[in-house]
Design a protein around this ligand. Structure first.
Ligand code: GDP
Ligand code: MG
Length: 201
């Protein structure tokens, strides 16, 4: 089994993240955790690339559709459809518009528990309810209610893989093998080495 420090995750700074000039801030938040950046590119994704991205997990569309139906019902509103797959398709359509509207920064980060750590620092999906101190909680205030009223995707600055399996599939979808760089980060010695030696003169 690979050492936990070899875990990787995909992060995409969405078009609103660039427009809000938050690229440096977002990268800084991940850097200061001691995580290692091993791939990065600026690109405008195509609609088919985004469609494939959100269909990599065959269950994602159903789950997001179910969540959306529940959200309508909680607000006492009638969902536009009771079929989770139909609502999931609507979310994917709005994501295609959102994610292809301008440049994004795609990145791969590496480190122990990187998937969970990056999700924690990025914050919950809905900025209105994501915690203060997280990137989404600190820099945006969008809500499901506003996004659904306007039939658009929730604008939350960042995509970050939700699980290790999701990360592995997504990294392959966004990056060629040769675009990822294996290298030693000096800080890894203090973060991971079993024996800390060679510090004292
Ligand atoms: P994430 O992993 O936190 O990004 O959340 P999901 O994987 O559940 O959803 C992917 C993206 O779809 C989110 O980041 C939002 O931009 C958007 N989204 C998710 N759920 C909804 C919803 O119920 N309504 C709308 N309008 N957008 C949604
Ligand atoms: Mg997700």
């Amino acid at each position: 089994m690979a050492h936990p420090k070899a875990e990787r995750t995909l992060v995409v700074i969405k078009p609103d993240g660039l427009q809000r000039t938050l690229v440096g801030e977002i990268i800084g938040r991940y850097e200061r955790l001691g995580l290692k950046l091993i791939g990065m590119k600026l690109m405008v994704p195509t609609a088919s690339h985004i469609e494939k991205h959100y269909n990599l997990d065959p269950n994602w569309k159903r789950i997001v559709g179910e969540k959306s139906i529940e959200a309508y019902q909680k607000k006492g509103l009638k969902p536009p459809s009771m079929d989770p797959l139909k609502l999931g398709d609507k979310v994917i359509d709005s994501l295609k518009k959102y994610m292809t509207s301008g440049p994004v920064v795609a990145m791969v980060w590496q480190g122990a528990h990187v998937v969970k750590i990056i999700r924690k620092v990025t914050g919950g999906t809905e900025p209105l309810t994501s915690d203060i101190g997280t990137i989404r909680g600190d820099f945006v205030h969008d809500s499901y209610q506003m996004a659904d009223t306007d039939s658009r995707a929730v604008r939350n600055l960042i995509h970050a893989s939700g699980s290790v399996d999701e990360a592995n599939n997504e990294i392959k979808h966004w990056f060629k093998k040769e675009e990822l760089i294996g290298y030693r980060l000096i800080a890894e010695q203090i973060l991971y080495d079993v024996n800390i030696d060679g510090l004292l003169e």
